[in-house]
Design a protein around this ligand. Sequence first.
Ligand code: AMP
Ligand code: FE
Ligand code: FE
Ligand code: ZN
Length: 284
Amino acid sequence: MRIDLHTHSRVSDGTDAPSDIVWLARRAGLDVVALTDHDTADGWASATAAGLEAGVAVVRGMEISTEYRGVGVHLLGYELDPSLPPLAAELAHIRSDRRDRLGRISARLTAAGYPLEVDDILATAHDASTVGRPHVADAMIAKGYVRTRDEAFARWLADGGPGYAPKYAPSTADAIALVRAAGGVSVLAHPWGRGSRRVLDGDAFEDLARAGLDGIEVDHQDHDAVDRAELRGLAHDLDLAVTGSSDYHGVGKFDHELGINTTEPAHWERLASLAAQRAAEVRR
Ligand code: AMP
Ligand code: FE
Ligand code: FE
Ligand code: ZN
């Protein structure tokens, strides 16, 4: 049983259609794949339909942009109902500020001598429901300013970079509560990716576990062997589920191929049964 619980389609900042991810998952020998686009559930219907045809179990997920102690933290929510009003309103708020933020990023790049209109960015985002910095990177590539998304981030778009503008995000604890209230489970995505190790220390994990967190994404390409061992220990001590995933973005991110990390079936079963319990409570 091979399970990958973190992938992105072009509904957010990946480069494949949701249904293509499902067929590629089958080719990669996966039995279970979660579609976890940023801050939207818009890819679920076509992924689920493809899953029925391909014989791949599709987990409905999303990666929610949150903030903990002033730093961006990604929270994976699974099997939640995105139409429940408090969660739906929060997601709409996040997406609309992401859209406004393109204007702020465009102004910064233009002032730095690299003119880029919001429409240039939207042209690379096609019909994505959630826009973000990777689309800005694609627009910069189209203009010939950089060659790759990586280069765009390194030179311009990384947090604090000359083309960076912050975006609205709810607190991680609030997002955990919203996912629960929507009948889902939550897993902290790549907690020690990109230098966030200093912010998410043992104390932070305890705090978030108390807020209702259900799991930690331990096996992720941003974590080396030492990180993974330490995170596994933290998850064990706090009685949290452990997941492993690719964070596949199509050709948008290197070294994140489908199935490059996977989740132990027992850990996914634990999360899935928790979600089933919560969904039943929500319906009551
Ligand atoms: P945003 O959600 O707009 O703040 O942009 C963050 C997204 O950019 C995350 O989903 C990452 O997957 C992606 N990202 C961050 N750094 C890089 C990089 N160096 N190359 C490609 N994508 C990146
Ligand atoms: Fe992404
Ligand atoms: Fe992420
Ligand atoms: Zn992701």
